[in-house]
Design a protein. Structure first.
Ligand SMILES: Cc1ncc(COP(=O)(O)O)c(C=O)c1O
Length: 396
C-alpha cells in the first residue's frame, strides 16, 4: 500500500535522543542520557491516596470534563504561581497533557509554514521538532552564560519579524543555564517594543538548589501580562506519568489554544487532574520539592566532583544551580557522538550535544542527567565515563 501522507509530515523528525536512548537501554549500561526524574523518591503513596479519593468521590468523577481542565486544580495552580509572582485567574490557566502539549498547541495557533521562531542554542530538542513540524524556520539567538544577547536578539527581531521567542530561562534543558535578571528584563523589553510573544518554558524552576536566591520567571516581570505565555508541569515535581502541565498567559491566546485543544483531545485526563487536586490539597508538595532539591543537589555534586578532577584543559562545565542536567564541553576536536559508542561499550551513556543545536552543532558537547541514578550508580558510571573521557584519542 502506498500511504499518501500529507505534505507536512515531511517535516516530522524522530527524536535523535530517543534513538540514542535505545542504544543505552542495555542492562549493563548506566545511563546519564535520559531526562528522567528520580524514581526512588516518587511519592507513590501520596499519588495512590489521591486516586483513591477521586474514586471515592463518586461516578461523576468519571464524566467528561472541561477543555480548560478541572477548575479546583486550576485554582490551586493559580495560588502556587502567585507565590512565584505570576498573576493569573483560573480563566487564563489551561491544563494540558504535559508542557509538551502547550508547545504544540501554541505552535498550531501561531505558526504557518515559513514563519520564524527565535530560540536559544542549544535548546530543548522536542520543542525544535514541534516548531519544524509546523513548517517554521527556527533561528538561534547568540547566547552566553547569562542568557540571550540583547543586541543579537534585537537585530534578529528586526530582521526576521518572528512569531515568538521560545526560552527556558531557569535551569535549561539541555545546558542547565540560569538567565540573569538583566537578560530577562531585556528580552521582555524587546518583546514589548517589537510586539513579539515569549513562550517561557519552566519545567525545572522548582528544582532550585539555593532557594534563598530570588529567581523571577519572565512572566512575573511582565507587568501588563500581555507578552508572556508561561508553561510548567507536574512531571518533575510530582511524577511524569500524570502527564499534567499547564499554561497561563493573555486570555485571547489561552482561548485560542483551548479551541485547538478541543479539536485535538477534548480535554486532558480529568481523573489525573482530580487526583492532582487532592494531592495538592492533602500532601506537603513543597516539602517534597525540598526533598527533590536536596537529593538532586547531592547527586549533582558527585558528578561535578568527578568532572572537576578532569581539569579544565580537557573539559569545561558550569555547575548548575538547579534542574536535572550538566552540560560538558570537550576540546574542539572531540566528537561526542563517536565517543558515545566507546562509552556504551564501557557501560555508561550520555547524550551527545549536537541534536540540541539549532544551527551549527557543537560536536564536542554532551549532556549528563544527574537526577535519575542513585549515588552509588553515579559513582560507578562516572568511574567508567572518566576512563573514556581521558582516553578518547582513537576516536578523534
Ligand atoms: C524544557 C522542557 N520542556 C517541556 C518538557 C515536557 O515536559 P512534560 O510534557 O512532561 O510536561 C520537557 C521534558 O523533559 C522539557 O525538558
Amino acid at each position: 500500500m502506498n500511504y499518501l501522507f500529507a505534505p507536512q509530515t515531511a517535516n516530522y523528525e524522530s527524536s535523535a535522543v530517543r534513538d540514542i536512548l535505545k542504544v543505552t537501554q542495555q542492562g549493563h549500561v548506566i545511563s546519564f542520557a535520559g531526562g528522567l526524574p528520580a524514581e526512588d523518591i516518587f511519592p507513590l503513596d501520596a499519588v495512590k491516596n489521591a486516586y483513591e479519593k477521586v474514586f471515592a468521590s463518586g461516578k461523576s468523577s468519571l464524566q467528561y470534563g472541561l477543555t480548560e481542565g478541572f477548575i479546583p486544580l486550576r485554582e490551586a495552580i493559580q495560588s502556587r504561581m502567585q507565590q512565584k509572582g505570576i498573576s493569573s485567574t483560573p480563566d487564563n490557566i489551561m491544563l494540558t497533557t504535559g508542557s509538551q502539549q502547550v508547545i504544540d498547541l501554541f505552535s498550531r495557533i501561531m505558526l504557518a509554514p515559513g514563519d520564524v521562531v527565535l530560540t536559544e542554542d542549544p535548546t530543548y530538542l522536542s520543542a525544535l521538532q514541534v516548531f519544524r513540524s509546523h513548517g517554521a524556520h527556527v533561528i538561534a539567538v547568540n547566547s552566553d552564560d547569562e542568557g540571550m544577547d540583547p543586541e543579537d536578539l534585537k537585530a534578529k527581531m528586526e530582521l526576521y519579524n518572528p512569531k515568538f521567542v521560545y526560552v527556558i530561562p531557569t535551569f535549561s534543558n539541555p545546558d542547565g543555564k540560569l538567565w540573569s535578571k538583566d537578560r530577562r528584563d531585556a528580552l521582555l523589553q524587546l518583546s514589548e517594543e517589537h510586539n513579539v510573544l515569549i513562550l517561557e518554558d519552566d519545567p525545572y524552576g522548582d528544582i532550585q538548589f539555593h532557594p534563598e536566591d530570588k529567581i523571577e520567571p519572565i512572566a512575573a516581570l511582565d507587568s501588563d501580562q500581555s507578552h508572556v505565555l508561561y508553561t510548567s508541569t507536574f512531571s518533575k515535581s510530582v511524577v511524569p506519568a500524570l502527564r499534567t502541565g499547564w499554561v497561563t498567559g493573555p486570555i485571547e491566546v489561552i482561548q485560542m489554544m483551548a479551541k485547538a485543544k478541543q479539536m485535538n483531545d477534548l480535554h486532558s485526563s480529568s481523573i489525573d487532574q482530580q487526583a492532582l487536586y487532592y494531592l495538592l490539597r492533602d500532601f506537603d508538595l513543597n516539602g517534597h520539592i525540598n526533598r527533590i532539591r536536596t537529593v538532586y543537589y547531592h547527586r549533582m555534586t558527585i558528578m561535578r566532583d568527578y568532572l572537576a578532577k578532569l581539569g579544565t584543559d580537557l573539559f569545561t562545565f558550569n555547575e548548575p544551580k538547579g534542574g536535572m542536567f550538566m552540560w560538558v564541553k570537550g576540546n574542539e576536536q572531540l566528537d561526542t557522538t563517536k565517543l558515545l559508542h566507546q562509552a556504551v561499550e564501557k557501560g555508561v551513556a550520555f547524550v551527545p550535544g549536537a541534536p540540541f543545536y539549532v544551527q551549527e552543532p557543537k560536536l564536542n558537547t554532551f549532556r549528563l542527567n544527574f537526577s535519575h541514578s542513585a549515588p552509588e550508580k553515579i559513582e560507578l558510571g562516572m568511574d567508567r565515563l572518566v576512563e573514556v573521557l581521558l582516553n578518547p584519542a582513537e576516536l578523534i
